[in-house]
Design a protein around this ligand. Structure first.
Ligand code: ATP
Ligand code: MG
Length: 495
């Protein structure tokens, strides 16, 4: 059994030999202090290996041959195969692990590949020409092979009393290396603790994941309550993976979620944002959001989403947006986080904007204030990156400009770089019943029409302000009132 841990990493092949120095004194057996320390260390290490009262059998894997798991080697990406091969040739063990193995068995094309190995991050890096170590909480190596990026991680030790946690039990640092069995035990669900060896084509299954996958059950490794406390994001992963793979949550996995949903508050906003993106772009966003609501998880995620989903118009809008995102994922089309978050938060902006307008604020500045306030509130929970926040605002800010269908305004709007996204957004607003369908249809026709056709479509210019302004000599007076014109803000925001 390998159990020597030195400098935070396990030395392969090093077995501690218990060699105590002791004397028989007048009071019986006396062990020298240095030997006692060694003894205690070994006891501690043994406890650690057989921790939590698990039997030694818990560390054994079942070897599943190709006939039972059904993964064809050619279906595994060339980069993943090559990475395992290089590591194995250098004398390390290396496997495709986690979601990719699970997906391959389920007949789904994996979206990324993870490799688990006995090599340390430094050893991995030294073996590949294009590789870099990333991460702090979990140090991993990104290995580039052709156009692929493989995430290579060293087997991690399972958590124990020495693991650094916050006051809620959330694991903060996790860079102690361990055995493959320990690595399997710290993964979240049984279907994610599968290790595929491309050279032998067998799957090492530590927690009956293949059987669970075949029985369409998502089961947690260990006690779900404890595992959620260690990392509350696992609740989100449970929802996402069960929707993606059509799995039923094991009752023990589902039961604590409602009660523990509040733990999501302690997850750093940037991580929550990443997980939300994964969920929303999983191709099963409608199903995921439905499940999040069923399990009372949506409150902690998008603080405003629960409010929106409770208003019929808001709900229709969000569900239409998610359905169209799912369709795009399935069709392999590009996805824009800015567009999606713009839809998720739009009804909150509308509500905020209405309140401001009712207070007598000028419409366009009020819209800008509403946008900022909604994004600020959201940002406390979900670190929407600055670039994405910029995209969101552009889409929102262009909406009032669709109301202007006279003069030069429509043509200018058409030339905006973000016109397409803004128009799709408008079409969704119409489809959900928030605005008249006629306006979206007009804009569709306007885009299709030739120059003469567009001219003919223009509405009569009834804006008195504009007529007055045209008479004045040029000199930038338009902005002097302090309230930008509805036609201006997006143009200025796009610089
Ligand atoms: P997908 O790639 O479809 O999003 P995945 O399960 O592969 O799903 P990744 O984020 O790629 O998700 O993680 C790879 C593997 O790392 C998982 O299969 C699992 O074994 C492990 N893992 C990821 N997140 C956690 C977590 N929060 N707790 C424990 N293990 C995790
Ligand atoms: Mg993955």
């Amino acid at each position: 059994m390998r159990s020597a841990r030195q400098h935070g990493r396990l030395r392969p092949g090093l077995t501690p030999k218990p060699s105590f120095r002791y004397h028989c004194g007048p009071f019986g057996l006396f062990i020298e202090p240095s030997s006692l320390i060694s003894y205690l260390m070994i006891v501690k290490l043994l406890r650690r290996v057989f921790r939590r009262g698990e039997s030694p059998m818990a560390g054994r894997s079942t070897i599943i041959p190709v006939g039972r798991h059904g993964i064809h080697r050619e279906h595994v990406s060339p980069g993943a195969r090559r990475t395992c091969e290089v590591l194995q040739q250098a004398g390390f063990t290396a496997y495709v692990v986690g979601g990719a193995v699970r997906d391959l068995i389920a007949g789904i094309v994996p979206k990324d590949y993870d490799i688990a190995t006995s090599a340390t991050p430094e050893e991995v890096r030294s073996l590949f020409r294009r590789a870099r170590i990333i991460g702090r909480r979990f140090q991993i190596v990104h290995v580039m092979q052709g156009g692929e990026t493989l995430e290579v991680s060293t087997f991690r030790a399972a958590h124990d009393v020495h693991t650094t946690k916050d006051e809620h039990g959330r694991v903060l640092r996790d860079n102690v290396f361990g055995t493959m069995a320990e690595d399997a035990a710290r993964r979240d669900f049984t279907v994610n603790a599968l290790y595929y060896d491309p050279s032998t084509q067998v799957v090492h299954d530590y927690h009956h994941g293949v059987a669970d996958l075949k029985q369409k059950t998502l089961r947690m490794i260990g006690e779900p309550g404890v595992r959620y406390r260690e990392d509350p994001v696992r609740m989100l992963r449970a929802v996402r993976l069960s929707a993606k793979l059509g799995l039923t949550l094991d009752p023990a996995v589902r039961a604590p979620i409602r009660e523990m949903a509040g733990l999501m508050e302690n997850v750093p906003p940037a991580r929550l944002f990443d997980e939300m993106l994964k969920l929303l772009f999983s191709g099963h966003a409608v199903e995921c959001v439905k499940r999040l609501r069923d399990d009372g998880l949506h409150h902690g995620l998008l603080p405003l989403l629960d409010v929106i989903l409770e208003q019929p118009l808001g709900e229709k809008f969000v569900l239409l947006a998610l359905a169209s995102t799912d369709a795009r994922v399935k069709a392999g089309k590009s996805l824009s986080p800015g567009y999606l978050f713009a839809t998720l938060l739009w009804h909150e902006v509308l509500a905020n904007w209405e309140i401001r307008k009712a207070r007598g604020e000028a419409p366009i500045p009020a819209l800008y204030e509403a946008m900022d306030e909604v994004l600020d509130i959201q940002g406390e929970k979900l670190a929407i990156t600055r670039r994405i926040a910029g995209d969101i605002k552009e889409i929102w800010a262009l909406q009032p400009r669709f109301e202007k269908r006279a003069g030069k305004s429509p043509q200018r709007l058409l030339e905006q770089p973000r016109f397409r996204a803004a128009y799709d957004f408008l079409a969704l607003r119409a489809e959900s019943g928030e605005i008249e369908q006629e306006i979206a249809t007009w804009w569709l026709d306007f885009q299709m029409a030739d120059f003469a056709g567009r001219e003919a479509m223009l509405k009569p210019d009834t804006d008195p302000k504009k007529r007055r302004r045209r008479k004045k000599p040029s000199g930038g007076l338009a902005g002097a009132s302090g309230a930008p014109n509805a036609a201006e803000p997006a143009a200025s925001s796009e610089g």
